[in-house]
Design a protein around this ligand. Structure first.
Ligand SMILES: [Zn+2]
Length: 204
């Protein structure tokens, strides 16, 4: 056990908590002199008072005995890694969703156009022509509605004025003029209209 290291650690934690030696001593029901002796490495807190002391310093016994916040740093790093992994997972899910939009939208559009071409040029009764074209248009529209729904739910739109990232309503998305996935919409935060870009994450 490095008494000097522990002492310095106690002093720095105490200051972090905004306490004087006297204030800490009073909370523990001991003399200022005892606190001063710990902090200069002349003695270490005895086990009977350690738990209470750690509570006031905002650390655990393991950290007190190590004379540093090793455990906390490792914990923070782990938490940060988990958060990052979670964010990447969400981003990946949104990317896949947006790919689904293409996988549903493109074939349906092509199929619809082929049907229309067939209806226009094939040697079939006029009633069939009309029926085929109506069906093709309805199919393209239905798929477009589904595709917009996917696009609206996957990720966020970023306001180009205040850079707020948000999810608009389905109809706001569907009715907004668009160039690809960039849509001209009103921002819920700054209330201004701009060409909002599709982004995969909430955080900038
Ligand atoms: Zn805005």
């Amino acid at each position: 056990m490095d008494q000097v290291k522990i002492g310095k650690f106690i002093a720095s934690c105490r200051k972090e908590q905004g306490m004087t030696q006297a204030a800490l001593a009073e909370k523990l029901g001991i003399s200022d002199r005892a606190v001063s002796k710990w902090e200069t490495g002349k003695s270490v807190p005895d086990s009977g008072i350690m738990l209470e002391l750690c509570g006031y310093l905002g650390i655990n016994v393991n950290e007190l005995l190590s004379g540093e916040k090793i455990m906390t740093e490792a914990f923070d790093k782990r938490a940060e890694e988990n958060l990052l992994a979670m964010r990447q997972e969400i981003e990946e899910k949104n990317r896949q969703l947006l790919n689904t939009e293409i996988w549903i939208g493109a074939p349906a559009t092509v199929a619809g156009l082929v049907m229309c071409a067939f209806a226009a040029y094939a040697d079939i009764p006029n009633a069939w022509r009309v029926a085929l074209i109506v069906f093709a248009i309805l199919m393209i529209l239905a798929v477009a509605f589904v595709a917009v729904g996917i696009e609206q739910k996957a990720g966020y739109y970023e306001c180009q004025i205040c850079h707020d990232r948000h999810v608009p309503t389905y109809w706001q998305t569907n009715l907004a003029p668009h160039k690809g996935r960039t849509r001209y919409m009103k921002c819920p935060k700054c209330q201004k209209k701009s060409w909002q870009k599709k982004v995969l994450t909430k955080e900038v």
